[in-house]
Design a protein around this ligand. Structure first.
Ligand code: F6R
Length: 245
């Protein structure tokens, strides 16, 4: 893992965006694996600006998102489809036909099937963007005895439901289940860009940076096995974790 320590969350987002921009400029038809959540939401404005400034062209880019809530209408403002449109796709010259977000509507098992097919048909992801949950999830691969390789349904942990309640009017409105890319899907990406910030991520980052274990109770730890992963955190989080370069 390449570990980059920044001075602030803004710098973390800019660094992550710069890596994505370099990827697209090197390979204009890049396939990007994208994430949602507040960390990813801090990164997308830099991509939008770079596109507006003529510094990156999304016309040949294709994307696939890590996850979507089960039972959510894509028009719901907190669906990950709506978030992606609002944060990125509506503001850059990407062809939305080339953007995949799993469907939260209809029979979830059928959505999983269609999502697995779309992941396979799209070919290898060139760059996968990742954040991490308080409980160490990546995508919505929640901690447990078992992790899954391919896209699947996942029951969200109480910690994830509580964390995501901030995006909904009340906690009861937070979906309890999601469709998520699997760990194998994530690990097959050519490169990974991982970003995290905030005190509440300390345990997850400790497990990622401060020991050598691959632990299914901390799904984020699989990133240790990836041959081309860049981990970007700010110095405040690094300090809380006890990490020094
Ligand atoms: C979202 C996703 C999640 C988030 C994680 C962190 O697509 O895959 O793993 O990256 O929950 O979310 P934030 O950045 O809101 O703390």
């Amino acid at each position: 893992m390449k570990i980059v320590i920044t001075t602030s969350f803004e710098e973390t987002c800019k660094k992550a965006a710069d890596i994505i921009i370099d990827q697209i400029n090197t390979k204009p038809d890049s396939r990007l694996g994208l994430a949602t959540g507040s960390t990813a939401a801090g990164i997308y404005p830099y991509l939008v600006k770079a596109n507006k400034d003529g510094k990156v062209d999304f016309s040949k880019v294709s994307t696939v998102n890590l996850d979507e809530y089960v039972g959510i209408d894509p028009k719901h403002p907190e669906s990950y489809r709506a978030c992606m449109d609002r944060w990125l796709f509506d503001h850059v010259n990407i062809d939305k036909k080339n953007t995949v977000v799993a469907s939260g509507l209809g029979d979830p098992d059928e959505s999983v099937k269609a999502f697995n097919k779309a992941i396979a048909d799209g070919g290898q992801i060139d760059l996968q963007l990742l954040g991490v949950g308080l409980d160490g999830h990546i995508g919505f691969n929640e901690p447990g005895k078992v992790l899954y390789s391919h896209a699947h349904r996942e029951k969200l942990t109480d910690s994830t439901i509580e964390a995501n309640a901030r995006f909904f009017d009340k906690i009861e409105d937070v979906p309890k289940e999601a469709i998520s890319m699997g760990m194998g899907d994530i690990m097959k990406a050519k490169s990974i860009v991982f970003a995290a910030n905030g005190e509440n991520k300390t345990e997850a980052i400790k497990n990622l940076l401060m020991n050598d274990a691959i632990d299914s109770q901390w799904p984020v730890t699989v990133i240790k096995m990836h041959p081309d992963a860049t981990v970007i955190i700010d110095e405040e989080l690094a300090k809380m974790v006890g990490y020094s370069c």
